[in-house]
Design a protein around this ligand. Structure first.
Ligand code: HEC
Length: 156
């Protein structure tokens, strides 16, 4: 690989990273087709996400086993999760270990070494991923006084 090409790849990776960290700015550097939130809910069920996660006000099948920790997604949060962050959380769960999960473990007197969340990169299609993230993103869009989302004019 020549240096120019690797420079491009480095720039792409950097912009992906920034898109993940910089919530308020419109997503730049990569664009995925819009997802379908209803289908995303079905993906959430089909991939057994509900076995380890709950979402307030979303009806999900009953779990057939109780995981040691149920990490709640969505709902009323002080800082709304961005599209990029959610996408990264699904395809690369070890990148950032959810502070919520760390708190749950700390309270149980345990240290967090790595995520308990499986990798879905080899099983999920891109369409399933975009539908899923569309669905998840919608779970965090409840109005918060400090939350300003430039994509939706009128919401301050
Ligand atoms: C075996 C249990 C398990 C399954 C199945 C699972 N997760 Fe997770 N997930 C976790 C744990 C534990 C965490 C917290 C650690 C971390 O951030 O990686 C987590 C974190 C997350 C986060 C970040 C939450 C936050 O507040 O930062 C998202 C988003 C998420 N999972 C979505 C999903 C989706 C979507 C699926 C299904 C495709 C799924 N998870 C399947 C255990 C699981």
């Amino acid at each position: 690989m020549n240096t120019r090409r690797s420079g491009h790849i480095a720039a792409l990776l950097l912009s992906l990273l920034l898109a993940g960290c910089e919530r308020e700015a419109p997503v730049r550097g990569f664009v995925l087709p819009p997802g379908d939130a209803d289908r995303g809910r079905q993906v959430f069920i089909d991939y057994n996400c509900y076995r380890c996660h709950s979402i307030p006000d979303v009806e999900l099948p009953e779990r057939d086993f109780e995981p040691p920790f149920v990490v709640e997604l969505g709902g009323e949060v002080l800082r709304v999760k961005g599209y990029g962050e959610l996408l990264t959380a699904v395809v690369y769960p070890d990148h950032i270990i959810s502070p919520k999960y760390q708190n749950l473990l700390n309270r149980a007197g345990k240290d967090v070494q790595m995520t308990a969340m499986p990798y879905f990169g080899d099983s999920m299609t891109v369409t399933e991923l975009t539908d899923l993230v569309e669905f998840l993103h919608g779970q965090y869009t409840r109005l918060q006084p400090t939350y300003y989302q430039p994509h939706y004019p009128g919401i301050r």
